[in-house]
Design a protein around this ligand. Structure first.
Ligand code: ADP
Length: 527
Protein backbone atom coordinates (compact mmCIF):
# COMPACT_ATOMS: atom_id res chain seq x y z
CA UNK A 1 0.00 0.00 0.00
CA UNK A 2 1.37 3.41 -0.92
CA UNK A 3 1.22 6.40 1.43
CA UNK A 4 -1.24 8.03 -0.90
CA UNK A 5 -3.77 5.29 -0.13
CA UNK A 6 -3.70 5.29 3.69
CA UNK A 7 -6.77 3.55 5.16
CA UNK A 8 -9.48 5.67 6.66
CA UNK A 9 -9.67 5.13 10.44
CA UNK A 10 -13.47 5.17 10.80
CA UNK A 11 -13.77 1.39 11.12
CA UNK A 12 -11.31 1.40 14.01
CA UNK A 13 -13.35 4.02 15.85
CA UNK A 14 -16.44 1.84 15.24
CA UNK A 15 -14.61 -1.08 16.83
CA UNK A 16 -14.00 0.96 19.96
CA UNK A 17 -17.65 2.08 20.08
CA UNK A 18 -18.89 -1.52 19.82
CA UNK A 19 -16.45 -2.68 22.47
CA UNK A 20 -17.32 0.06 24.95
CA UNK A 21 -21.09 -0.36 24.26
CA UNK A 22 -21.06 -4.10 24.87
CA UNK A 23 -19.02 -3.73 28.05
CA UNK A 24 -21.42 -1.13 29.47
CA UNK A 25 -24.46 -3.30 28.55
CA UNK A 26 -22.88 -6.33 30.18
CA UNK A 27 -22.33 -4.29 33.31
CA UNK A 28 -26.02 -3.29 33.32
CA UNK A 29 -25.35 0.34 32.32
CA UNK A 30 -27.56 2.41 30.01
CA UNK A 31 -25.09 4.97 28.82
CA UNK A 32 -21.50 5.75 29.53
CA UNK A 33 -18.07 6.67 28.36
CA UNK A 34 -14.62 5.17 28.31
CA UNK A 35 -11.87 7.70 29.00
CA UNK A 36 -8.47 6.68 27.72
CA UNK A 37 -5.64 7.33 30.08
CA UNK A 38 -3.40 9.82 28.29
CA UNK A 39 -0.27 8.41 29.86
CA UNK A 40 -1.08 5.06 28.38
CA UNK A 41 -1.23 5.98 24.71
CA UNK A 42 -0.46 9.45 23.65
CA UNK A 43 0.79 11.82 26.32
CA UNK A 44 0.48 14.75 23.90
CA UNK A 45 -3.15 14.27 23.01
CA UNK A 46 -6.04 15.60 25.08
CA UNK A 47 -8.29 13.06 26.83
CA UNK A 48 -10.21 10.87 24.40
CA UNK A 49 -13.72 9.66 25.01
CA UNK A 50 -15.55 6.76 23.44
CA UNK A 51 -19.17 7.10 24.42
CA UNK A 52 -22.17 4.79 24.38
CA UNK A 53 -25.80 5.85 24.09
CA UNK A 54 -25.23 9.55 24.87
CA UNK A 55 -26.34 12.45 22.66
CA UNK A 56 -23.47 14.91 22.34
CA UNK A 57 -25.04 17.46 24.78
CA UNK A 58 -25.60 14.75 27.42
CA UNK A 59 -22.09 13.43 26.85
CA UNK A 60 -20.65 16.90 27.55
CA UNK A 61 -22.68 17.13 30.76
CA UNK A 62 -21.68 13.67 31.88
CA UNK A 63 -18.01 14.38 31.17
CA UNK A 64 -18.23 17.71 33.03
CA UNK A 65 -19.76 15.93 36.04
CA UNK A 66 -16.94 13.35 35.94
CA UNK A 67 -14.43 16.04 36.85
CA UNK A 68 -16.04 16.43 40.29
CA UNK A 69 -16.40 12.75 41.02
CA UNK A 70 -13.93 10.69 42.92
CA UNK A 71 -11.93 8.50 40.56
CA UNK A 72 -11.21 4.79 40.97
CA UNK A 73 -7.61 3.82 41.60
CA UNK A 74 -5.69 0.53 41.35
CA UNK A 75 -6.36 0.08 45.07
CA UNK A 76 -10.11 0.85 44.69
CA UNK A 77 -10.86 -0.09 41.10
CA UNK A 78 -14.65 0.26 41.26
CA UNK A 79 -16.76 3.12 42.57
CA UNK A 80 -20.57 3.19 42.69
CA UNK A 81 -22.41 6.32 43.81
CA UNK A 82 -25.96 7.58 43.59
CA UNK A 83 -26.22 10.24 40.89
CA UNK A 84 -27.75 13.63 41.79
CA UNK A 85 -31.39 13.74 40.66
CA UNK A 86 -31.01 16.96 38.63
CA UNK A 87 -28.15 15.42 36.64
CA UNK A 88 -30.15 12.27 35.97
CA UNK A 89 -33.03 14.43 34.74
CA UNK A 90 -30.93 16.69 32.56
CA UNK A 91 -29.11 13.70 31.05
CA UNK A 92 -32.53 12.45 29.97
CA UNK A 93 -32.06 9.17 31.85
CA UNK A 94 -34.89 9.40 34.38
CA UNK A 95 -37.96 8.58 32.35
CA UNK A 96 -39.32 5.16 33.06
CA UNK A 97 -41.85 4.10 30.47
CA UNK A 98 -43.52 1.48 32.70
CA UNK A 99 -43.71 3.31 35.97
CA UNK A 100 -43.94 6.68 34.25
CA UNK A 101 -41.78 8.42 36.76
CA UNK A 102 -38.31 9.15 38.03
CA UNK A 103 -35.91 6.25 38.53
CA UNK A 104 -32.80 6.72 40.62
CA UNK A 105 -29.52 6.13 38.79
CA UNK A 106 -26.06 5.42 40.06
CA UNK A 107 -22.80 6.13 38.37
CA UNK A 108 -20.27 3.34 38.25
CA UNK A 109 -16.61 3.97 37.51
CA UNK A 110 -14.39 1.04 36.72
CA UNK A 111 -10.65 1.31 36.56
CA UNK A 112 -9.16 -0.74 33.75
CA UNK A 113 -5.61 -1.91 33.55
CA UNK A 114 -3.79 -4.97 32.39
CA UNK A 115 -0.35 -6.50 32.66
CA UNK A 116 1.10 -3.68 30.51
CA UNK A 117 -0.30 -0.96 32.77
CA UNK A 118 -2.96 1.68 32.77
CA UNK A 119 -5.73 1.72 30.13
CA UNK A 120 -8.36 4.15 31.30
CA UNK A 121 -11.62 4.38 33.18
CA UNK A 122 -15.06 3.22 32.17
CA UNK A 123 -17.81 5.44 33.58
CA UNK A 124 -21.45 4.50 33.10
CA UNK A 125 -24.88 5.27 34.44
CA UNK A 126 -26.97 2.38 35.73
CA UNK A 127 -30.50 2.20 37.04
CA UNK A 128 -30.32 1.46 40.74
CA UNK A 129 -31.29 -2.12 41.35
CA UNK A 130 -30.62 -3.39 37.80
CA UNK A 131 -30.02 -7.10 37.95
CA UNK A 132 -26.43 -7.66 36.87
CA UNK A 133 -24.77 -10.27 34.74
CA UNK A 134 -22.21 -9.98 37.47
CA UNK A 135 -21.52 -7.52 40.20
CA UNK A 136 -18.97 -4.89 39.18
CA UNK A 137 -19.29 -2.76 42.27
CA UNK A 138 -18.08 -5.40 44.61
CA UNK A 139 -14.50 -5.44 45.76
CA UNK A 140 -11.88 -6.01 43.06
CA UNK A 141 -11.21 -9.55 44.30
CA UNK A 142 -14.88 -10.41 43.90
CA UNK A 143 -15.12 -9.18 40.30
CA UNK A 144 -15.03 -11.76 37.59
CA UNK A 145 -11.40 -11.30 36.70
CA UNK A 146 -11.81 -12.87 33.28
CA UNK A 147 -14.23 -10.18 32.12
CA UNK A 148 -11.87 -7.38 33.08
CA UNK A 149 -8.95 -9.21 31.51
CA UNK A 150 -10.76 -9.74 28.20
CA UNK A 151 -12.16 -6.25 28.13
CA UNK A 152 -8.75 -4.75 28.88
CA UNK A 153 -7.03 -6.89 26.23
CA UNK A 154 -9.62 -5.97 23.61
CA UNK A 155 -9.47 -2.27 24.50
CA UNK A 156 -5.69 -2.28 24.43
CA UNK A 157 -5.52 -3.77 20.98
CA UNK A 158 -8.23 -1.44 19.65
CA UNK A 159 -6.44 1.57 21.15
CA UNK A 160 -3.12 0.37 19.81
CA UNK A 161 -4.59 0.05 16.34
CA UNK A 162 -6.07 3.53 16.66
CA UNK A 163 -2.82 5.08 17.75
CA UNK A 164 -0.92 3.29 14.96
CA UNK A 165 -3.44 4.62 12.53
CA UNK A 166 -2.97 8.14 13.88
CA UNK A 167 0.78 7.75 13.53
CA UNK A 168 0.34 6.49 10.00
CA UNK A 169 -1.83 9.47 9.11
CA UNK A 170 0.71 11.86 10.60
CA UNK A 171 3.49 10.29 8.55
CA UNK A 172 1.30 10.21 5.46
CA UNK A 173 0.66 13.96 5.83
CA UNK A 174 4.38 14.65 6.17
CA UNK A 175 4.99 12.47 3.12
CA UNK A 176 2.27 14.18 1.10
CA UNK A 177 3.07 17.76 2.12
CA UNK A 178 6.87 17.57 2.19
CA UNK A 179 8.55 20.11 -0.06
CA UNK A 180 11.33 17.59 -0.60
CA UNK A 181 10.87 14.68 -2.96
CA UNK A 182 10.52 11.36 -1.11
CA UNK A 183 10.42 7.91 -2.64
CA UNK A 184 10.59 4.54 -0.97
CA UNK A 185 11.65 1.25 -2.50
CA UNK A 186 11.50 -2.41 -1.54
CA UNK A 187 14.62 -4.53 -1.20
CA UNK A 188 14.59 -5.18 -4.96
CA UNK A 189 14.76 -1.37 -5.45
CA UNK A 190 11.24 -1.18 -6.88
CA UNK A 191 9.31 1.99 -6.09
CA UNK A 192 6.61 1.64 -3.41
CA UNK A 193 5.87 5.32 -2.70
CA UNK A 194 6.41 8.47 -4.70
CA UNK A 195 5.25 11.70 -3.06
CA UNK A 196 3.69 14.75 -4.78
CA UNK A 197 6.96 16.73 -4.47
CA UNK A 198 8.65 13.89 -6.39
CA UNK A 199 5.93 14.06 -9.03
CA UNK A 200 6.46 17.80 -9.31
CA UNK A 201 10.23 17.42 -9.51
CA UNK A 202 10.36 14.68 -12.10
CA UNK A 203 7.14 15.03 -14.07
CA UNK A 204 6.29 11.36 -13.37
CA UNK A 205 2.99 10.49 -11.73
CA UNK A 206 3.05 8.03 -8.85
CA UNK A 207 0.80 5.62 -10.75
CA UNK A 208 3.33 5.55 -13.63
CA UNK A 209 6.27 4.57 -11.47
CA UNK A 210 4.95 2.23 -8.74
CA UNK A 211 6.68 -1.14 -9.09
CA UNK A 212 9.39 0.19 -11.42
CA UNK A 213 13.09 0.17 -10.54
CA UNK A 214 13.89 3.57 -9.07
CA UNK A 215 17.17 3.96 -11.00
CA UNK A 216 15.36 3.36 -14.29
CA UNK A 217 12.95 6.17 -13.45
CA UNK A 218 15.45 8.73 -12.12
CA UNK A 219 18.50 7.69 -14.19
CA UNK A 220 20.91 9.07 -11.52
CA UNK A 221 24.29 10.36 -12.63
CA UNK A 222 27.23 11.93 -10.87
CA UNK A 223 27.91 15.63 -11.37
CA UNK A 224 30.17 14.85 -14.33
CA UNK A 225 27.26 13.08 -16.05
CA UNK A 226 28.48 9.46 -15.58
CA UNK A 227 25.75 6.88 -14.93
CA UNK A 228 25.84 5.91 -11.24
CA UNK A 229 24.93 2.27 -11.83
CA UNK A 230 23.97 -0.08 -9.04
CA UNK A 231 27.32 0.08 -7.28
CA UNK A 232 26.95 3.81 -6.74
CA UNK A 233 23.28 3.52 -5.83
CA UNK A 234 22.67 5.56 -2.65
CA UNK A 235 19.95 3.16 -1.51
CA UNK A 236 22.18 0.09 -1.81
CA UNK A 237 24.82 1.97 0.16
CA UNK A 238 22.22 2.76 2.85
CA UNK A 239 21.23 -0.95 2.86
CA UNK A 240 24.91 -1.74 3.44
CA UNK A 241 24.87 0.53 6.48
CA UNK A 242 26.66 3.53 4.97
CA UNK A 243 25.59 7.12 5.64
CA UNK A 244 24.33 8.87 2.53
CA UNK A 245 23.49 12.46 3.42
CA UNK A 246 23.00 15.30 0.94
CA UNK A 247 25.01 13.60 -1.78
CA UNK A 248 24.98 15.76 -4.89
CA UNK A 249 23.99 14.07 -8.12
CA UNK A 250 22.05 14.67 -11.28
CA UNK A 251 18.70 13.10 -12.08
CA UNK A 252 16.75 13.11 -15.29
CA UNK A 253 13.10 14.23 -15.40
CA UNK A 254 10.46 12.56 -17.54
CA UNK A 255 10.93 15.16 -20.29
CA UNK A 256 14.69 14.43 -20.40
CA UNK A 257 15.70 17.60 -18.51
CA UNK A 258 18.55 17.06 -16.08
CA UNK A 259 18.80 18.80 -12.78
CA UNK A 260 21.06 18.91 -9.75
CA UNK A 261 19.78 17.33 -6.57
CA UNK A 262 21.05 16.54 -3.07
CA UNK A 263 20.07 13.02 -2.06
CA UNK A 264 19.78 11.46 1.41
CA UNK A 265 19.19 7.72 1.58
CA UNK A 266 18.15 5.66 4.58
CA UNK A 267 17.22 2.10 5.28
CA UNK A 268 14.28 0.73 7.27
CA UNK A 269 15.28 -2.54 8.98
CA UNK A 270 13.46 -5.49 10.48
CA UNK A 271 13.84 -6.27 14.19
CA UNK A 272 16.71 -8.57 13.25
CA UNK A 273 18.46 -5.82 11.28
CA UNK A 274 17.64 -7.01 7.76
CA UNK A 275 16.88 -4.22 5.22
CA UNK A 276 13.13 -3.99 4.68
CA UNK A 277 12.83 -0.91 2.53
CA UNK A 278 14.80 2.13 1.46
CA UNK A 279 13.89 5.81 1.61
CA UNK A 280 15.33 8.40 -0.73
CA UNK A 281 14.87 12.10 0.04
CA UNK A 282 15.63 14.38 -2.87
CA UNK A 283 16.14 18.15 -2.78
CA UNK A 284 16.39 20.23 -5.94
CA UNK A 285 19.57 22.32 -5.64
CA UNK A 286 19.52 23.87 -9.13
CA UNK A 287 18.65 27.33 -7.86
CA UNK A 288 21.24 27.07 -5.05
CA UNK A 289 23.86 26.28 -7.71
CA UNK A 290 22.65 29.10 -9.90
CA UNK A 291 22.88 31.52 -6.98
CA UNK A 292 26.37 30.32 -6.17
CA UNK A 293 27.36 30.73 -9.80
CA UNK A 294 25.79 34.19 -9.88
CA UNK A 295 27.69 35.18 -6.76
CA UNK A 296 31.03 34.10 -8.17
CA UNK A 297 30.24 35.68 -11.55
CA UNK A 298 29.35 38.86 -9.72
CA UNK A 299 32.64 38.90 -7.86
CA UNK A 300 34.76 38.16 -10.93
CA UNK A 301 32.88 40.61 -13.19
CA UNK A 302 32.88 43.38 -10.65
CA UNK A 303 36.51 42.96 -9.68
CA UNK A 304 37.52 42.88 -13.36
CA UNK A 305 35.36 45.90 -14.14
CA UNK A 306 36.81 47.84 -11.24
CA UNK A 307 40.39 46.80 -11.74
CA UNK A 308 40.67 47.78 -15.40
CA UNK A 309 39.77 51.47 -15.11
CA UNK A 310 41.60 51.81 -11.80
CA UNK A 311 44.78 50.39 -13.37
CA UNK A 312 44.51 52.78 -16.32
CA UNK A 313 43.84 55.82 -14.14
CA UNK A 314 46.62 54.88 -11.80
CA UNK A 315 49.07 54.33 -14.72
CA UNK A 316 48.38 57.68 -16.36
CA UNK A 317 48.17 59.57 -13.10
CA UNK A 318 51.57 58.33 -11.95
CA UNK A 319 53.13 59.30 -15.29
CA UNK A 320 51.63 62.74 -14.99
CA UNK A 321 52.68 63.08 -11.39
CA UNK A 322 56.33 62.45 -12.10
CA UNK A 323 58.02 65.75 -11.34
CA UNK A 324 60.81 65.11 -13.83
CA UNK A 325 58.46 64.88 -16.80
CA UNK A 326 57.09 67.98 -18.39
CA UNK A 327 54.73 66.80 -21.08
CA UNK A 328 53.73 68.76 -24.13
CA UNK A 329 50.00 69.61 -24.28
CA UNK A 330 49.36 67.26 -27.24
CA UNK A 331 50.86 64.37 -25.23
CA UNK A 332 49.09 65.42 -22.07
CA UNK A 333 45.57 65.78 -23.49
CA UNK A 334 44.97 62.17 -24.62
CA UNK A 335 46.15 60.94 -21.23
CA UNK A 336 43.85 63.25 -19.36
CA UNK A 337 41.03 62.24 -21.72
CA UNK A 338 41.71 58.58 -20.98
CA UNK A 339 41.59 59.28 -17.23
CA UNK A 340 38.28 61.05 -17.69
CA UNK A 341 36.82 58.19 -19.78
CA UNK A 342 37.86 55.59 -17.25
CA UNK A 343 36.45 57.66 -14.39
CA UNK A 344 33.18 57.83 -16.36
CA UNK A 345 33.27 54.07 -16.78
CA UNK A 346 33.70 53.62 -13.04
CA UNK A 347 30.95 56.09 -12.38
CA UNK A 348 28.60 54.22 -14.70
CA UNK A 349 29.40 50.89 -13.08
CA UNK A 350 28.77 52.18 -9.57
CA UNK A 351 25.57 53.86 -10.79
CA UNK A 352 24.38 50.59 -12.35
CA UNK A 353 25.14 48.66 -9.17
CA UNK A 354 23.14 51.12 -7.11
CA UNK A 355 20.35 51.00 -9.67
CA UNK A 356 20.28 47.18 -9.57
CA UNK A 357 20.14 47.09 -5.78
CA UNK A 358 17.32 49.62 -5.82
CA UNK A 359 15.39 47.46 -8.30
CA UNK A 360 15.90 44.46 -6.04
CA UNK A 361 14.68 46.38 -3.03
CA UNK A 362 11.62 47.45 -5.05
CA UNK A 363 12.57 51.09 -4.69
CA UNK A 364 12.63 52.20 -8.33
CA UNK A 365 10.64 55.39 -8.52
CA UNK A 366 9.34 56.74 -11.81
CA UNK A 367 7.41 59.77 -12.85
CA UNK A 368 5.31 58.81 -15.77
CA UNK A 369 3.93 61.43 -18.11
CA UNK A 370 2.97 61.67 -21.81
CA UNK A 371 6.17 61.31 -23.83
CA UNK A 372 7.00 62.10 -27.46
CA UNK A 373 9.34 59.28 -28.49
CA UNK A 374 10.36 60.90 -31.78
CA UNK A 375 11.96 63.88 -30.01
CA UNK A 376 13.68 61.60 -27.54
CA UNK A 377 15.05 59.26 -30.25
CA UNK A 378 16.27 62.18 -32.37
CA UNK A 379 18.23 63.57 -29.42
CA UNK A 380 19.81 60.23 -28.50
CA UNK A 381 20.73 59.50 -32.13
CA UNK A 382 22.34 62.93 -32.56
CA UNK A 383 24.56 62.37 -29.56
CA UNK A 384 25.46 58.86 -30.71
CA UNK A 385 26.48 60.13 -34.17
CA UNK A 386 28.78 62.66 -32.50
CA UNK A 387 30.30 60.01 -30.23
CA UNK A 388 30.61 57.18 -32.79
CA UNK A 389 31.26 58.88 -36.12
CA UNK A 390 32.19 55.56 -37.78
CA UNK A 391 28.66 54.20 -37.35
CA UNK A 392 25.95 54.44 -39.90
CA UNK A 393 22.77 55.20 -37.99
CA UNK A 394 19.35 55.04 -39.66
CA UNK A 395 16.05 56.17 -38.14
CA UNK A 396 12.69 54.88 -39.29
CA UNK A 397 9.95 56.73 -37.43
CA UNK A 398 6.48 56.94 -38.99
CA UNK A 399 4.81 60.36 -39.16
CA UNK A 400 2.33 61.13 -36.37
CA UNK A 401 3.79 58.55 -34.00
CA UNK A 402 1.38 58.50 -31.02
CA UNK A 403 2.70 59.64 -27.64
CA UNK A 404 3.35 57.03 -24.96
CA UNK A 405 3.25 57.17 -21.18
CA UNK A 406 6.74 57.06 -19.76
CA UNK A 407 9.40 58.50 -17.50
CA UNK A 408 11.53 60.50 -19.94
CA UNK A 409 14.91 60.01 -18.23
CA UNK A 410 14.41 56.29 -17.68
CA UNK A 411 13.29 55.59 -21.25
CA UNK A 412 16.26 57.56 -22.51
CA UNK A 413 18.50 55.35 -20.34
CA UNK A 414 16.96 52.23 -21.87
CA UNK A 415 17.49 53.49 -25.41
CA UNK A 416 21.00 54.65 -24.60
CA UNK A 417 21.83 51.25 -23.14
CA UNK A 418 20.52 49.36 -26.18
CA UNK A 419 22.45 51.66 -28.52
CA UNK A 420 25.67 51.39 -26.46
CA UNK A 421 25.35 47.60 -26.64
CA UNK A 422 24.71 47.69 -30.39
CA UNK A 423 27.92 49.70 -30.81
CA UNK A 424 29.88 47.59 -28.30
CA UNK A 425 28.93 44.24 -29.79
CA UNK A 426 29.24 45.13 -33.52
CA UNK A 427 32.91 44.56 -34.25
CA UNK A 428 32.69 44.56 -38.06
CA UNK A 429 29.57 45.93 -39.78
CA UNK A 430 29.11 49.25 -38.13
CA UNK A 431 25.46 49.93 -38.93
CA UNK A 432 22.49 50.32 -36.72
CA UNK A 433 18.87 51.20 -37.09
CA UNK A 434 16.22 52.56 -34.76
CA UNK A 435 12.64 52.09 -35.82
CA UNK A 436 9.26 52.65 -34.26
CA UNK A 437 5.79 51.41 -35.03
CA UNK A 438 2.45 51.86 -33.35
CA UNK A 439 -0.12 49.14 -32.72
CA UNK A 440 -3.61 49.69 -31.32
CA UNK A 441 -2.38 49.52 -27.73
CA UNK A 442 1.28 50.43 -27.74
CA UNK A 443 4.32 51.81 -29.49
CA UNK A 444 7.22 49.49 -30.21
CA UNK A 445 10.79 50.78 -30.47
CA UNK A 446 13.48 48.51 -31.98
CA UNK A 447 17.25 48.88 -32.11
CA UNK A 448 18.88 46.62 -34.73
CA UNK A 449 22.53 45.99 -35.32
CA UNK A 450 24.51 43.81 -37.70
CA UNK A 451 26.88 42.68 -34.99
CA UNK A 452 27.94 39.41 -33.38
CA UNK A 453 24.40 38.19 -32.63
CA UNK A 454 23.32 36.05 -29.67
CA UNK A 455 22.63 32.30 -29.65
CA UNK A 456 19.10 31.12 -28.82
CA UNK A 457 20.25 29.64 -25.52
CA UNK A 458 21.84 32.89 -24.42
CA UNK A 459 18.85 34.96 -25.50
CA UNK A 460 16.93 33.50 -22.57
CA UNK A 461 19.51 34.65 -20.05
CA UNK A 462 20.92 37.99 -21.14
CA UNK A 463 18.26 39.92 -19.21
CA UNK A 464 19.38 38.25 -15.96
CA UNK A 465 21.51 40.12 -13.48
CA UNK A 466 25.28 39.91 -14.15
CA UNK A 467 24.80 37.62 -17.10
CA UNK A 468 27.29 38.12 -19.92
CA UNK A 469 27.76 35.83 -22.89
CA UNK A 470 30.82 33.64 -22.43
CA UNK A 471 33.04 34.54 -25.39
CA UNK A 472 36.24 36.34 -26.12
CA UNK A 473 34.69 39.32 -27.83
CA UNK A 474 32.25 40.00 -25.00
CA UNK A 475 34.99 39.56 -22.42
CA UNK A 476 37.11 42.12 -24.28
CA UNK A 477 34.35 44.72 -23.97
CA UNK A 478 33.67 46.53 -20.71
CA UNK A 479 30.42 45.64 -18.93
CA UNK A 480 29.01 43.99 -15.83
CA UNK A 481 25.89 42.34 -17.26
CA UNK A 482 23.60 44.85 -15.61
CA UNK A 483 22.42 47.01 -18.52
CA UNK A 484 19.71 44.72 -19.90
CA UNK A 485 18.57 43.74 -16.40
CA UNK A 486 17.98 47.42 -15.64
CA UNK A 487 16.29 47.98 -19.03
CA UNK A 488 13.87 45.15 -18.37
CA UNK A 489 13.01 46.43 -14.88
CA UNK A 490 12.33 49.93 -16.25
CA UNK A 491 10.18 48.75 -19.16
CA UNK A 492 8.20 46.30 -17.05
CA UNK A 493 7.55 49.01 -14.45
CA UNK A 494 5.91 50.97 -17.31
CA UNK A 495 3.66 48.02 -18.09
CA UNK A 496 5.64 47.28 -21.27
CA UNK A 497 7.78 44.40 -22.51
CA UNK A 498 11.34 44.03 -23.77
CA UNK A 499 12.63 41.21 -25.96
CA UNK A 500 15.34 40.24 -28.42
CA UNK A 501 15.45 38.57 -31.82
CA UNK A 502 18.91 37.61 -32.94
CA UNK A 503 20.91 35.36 -35.22
CA UNK A 504 24.43 34.44 -34.23
CA UNK A 505 27.06 36.24 -36.37
CA UNK A 506 24.36 38.21 -38.22
CA UNK A 507 23.01 40.70 -35.73
CA UNK A 508 20.38 41.45 -33.12
CA UNK A 509 17.19 43.43 -32.75
CA UNK A 510 16.21 44.54 -29.27
CA UNK A 511 12.64 45.84 -28.98
CA UNK A 512 10.57 47.32 -26.21
CA UNK A 513 6.94 48.34 -26.04
CA UNK A 514 5.31 51.14 -24.09
CA UNK A 515 1.58 51.78 -23.63
CA UNK A 516 0.09 54.52 -25.83
CA UNK A 517 -0.87 57.62 -23.92
CA UNK A 518 -4.61 57.25 -24.48
CA UNK A 519 -4.56 53.53 -23.57
CA UNK A 520 -2.40 53.70 -20.48
CA UNK A 521 -4.02 53.07 -17.14
CA UNK A 522 -0.98 53.86 -15.09
CA UNK A 523 -0.57 55.87 -11.94
CA UNK A 524 1.67 58.87 -12.47
CA UNK A 525 4.30 57.71 -10.00
CA UNK A 526 5.37 54.09 -10.04
CA UNK A 527 7.54 52.42 -7.46
P1 ADP B 1 26.98 44.35 -20.45
O1 ADP B 1 26.91 44.85 -21.85
O2 ADP B 1 27.39 45.39 -19.49
O3 ADP B 1 27.77 43.10 -20.34
P2 ADP B 1 24.12 43.98 -20.66
O4 ADP B 1 23.17 43.56 -19.60
O5 ADP B 1 23.85 45.24 -21.34
O6 ADP B 1 25.52 43.95 -19.95
O7 ADP B 1 24.16 42.80 -21.72
C1 ADP B 1 24.27 41.46 -21.28
C2 ADP B 1 24.98 40.61 -22.33
O8 ADP B 1 24.14 40.48 -23.47
C3 ADP B 1 26.24 41.23 -22.84
O9 ADP B 1 27.33 40.91 -22.00
C4 ADP B 1 26.37 40.60 -24.21
O10 ADP B 1 26.95 39.33 -24.07
C5 ADP B 1 24.93 40.42 -24.65
N1 ADP B 1 24.47 41.51 -25.56
C6 ADP B 1 23.78 42.62 -25.22
N2 ADP B 1 23.49 43.37 -26.31
C7 ADP B 1 24.03 42.72 -27.35
C8 ADP B 1 24.08 42.98 -28.78
N3 ADP B 1 23.51 44.07 -29.32
N4 ADP B 1 24.70 42.08 -29.57
C9 ADP B 1 25.26 40.96 -29.03
N5 ADP B 1 25.25 40.66 -27.71
C10 ADP B 1 24.64 41.52 -26.89
Amino acid sequence: MSWSQVQQPEDLYDQMTILVGSAIRMLGGEAGVFVVSNEAFDPQSSAEYTSYNFESASLNQFVAALQNWSQPTPAHPAIVEVMPADLVTSLGLCYDEFENGYTPFERCSLFLHDHAGLLGTLHYARRTGTPLIFNADAEHSAMPGLFVTYLSAALRSALKAQSLQKEQRRLATIFQQSAEGILTVDTALRIIDFNPAMEHLTGWRESDVLGRFYHEVLRPKDRQGNELGLIGSPILQAFAGQMVVNREMVIVARDGNRFDVAVTASCVRTATGEPMSGILTIRDVTSEHEQEEQRSTFISVISHELQTPIAIIKGYASTLARTDSSLAPDVLRPRLQAIEEEADRLNKLVGNLLYASRIQAGGLQMEIAPLDLEVLIDGVARRLRARSPGFQITLDIPPNLPAVMGDRDRIEEVLQNLLDNAVKYSPKRRELKIDCRATGEEVIVSVSDAGMGISLREQERIFDRFHRVEDRLTRSRPGAGLGLYICRAIIEAHGGKIWVQSTLHEGSTFSFSLPREERAQLPMVVF
